[in-house]
Ligand binder design. Structure first.
Ligand code: FES
Length: 171
């Protein structure tokens, strides 16, 4: 069974990839020497499809790539950018690693907590925003940095944060 993109499957539901995701996986696999090497892009696709890498989604990826579920889970839990629990429509991920910390990442997180009325790791009641603290996003030269879903926002200041949240609310 396949729920619409981004919805969280019910526990125990037998899952499949959508036709679109399956086509993307088929296009991906020949680019790698083995199924296991394609694990991160397939996990990313699975997270986009199901909203989170729940146990059932881990099993789906394991079956699709022929990899033991423990290996899939180990990879999924290592990378903080792969969501293990459902996130809001806009997943705000703020880097608090060294370069961003030195340039005010803690203030960025505190401002977002105040603006959104949630603490880090939480989702707003309307399901619009999840706020996460993450490790280096690989854009240290333009710190402080956050990602909202797939989009980078760099050199953050108070105005930029307000602008990003407003765009999310409108979109
Ligand atoms: S330390 Fe924040 S992007 Fe690298």
């Amino acid at each position: 069974m396949h729920p619409p993109d981004g919805t969280v499957p019910e526990e125990g539901m037998a899952l499949t990839f959508s036709d679109k995701a399956e086509a993307e996986i088929k296009a991906l696999l020949p680019r790698y020497p083995a199924g296991e090497a394609a694990l991160i892009p397939v996990l990313t696709l699975a997270a986009q499809e199901y909203g989170a890498l729940t146990d059932d989604v881990i099993d789906l990826v394991s079956t699709r790539l022929g990899i033991p579920p423990t290996r899939v889970l180990a990879t999924a839990t290592f990378y903080t950018m792969l969501p293990k629990k459902p996130v809001g429509k806009h997943h705000v991920q703020v880097c608090t690693n060294i370069a961003c910390s030195l340039l005010g990442a803690e203030h960025v997180v505190e401002k977002l907590e105040r603006k959104l009325g949630i603490r880090r790791g939480e989702t707003t009641a309307d399901g619009l925003f999840t706020l996460s603290e993450v490790e280096c996003l690989g854009s240290c030269g333009s710190a402080p940095v956050m990602m909202v879903n797939e989009t980078f926002h760099e050199n953050l200041d108070e105005d930029a944060i307000d602008r990003v949240l407003e765009e999310c609310r409108r979109g």
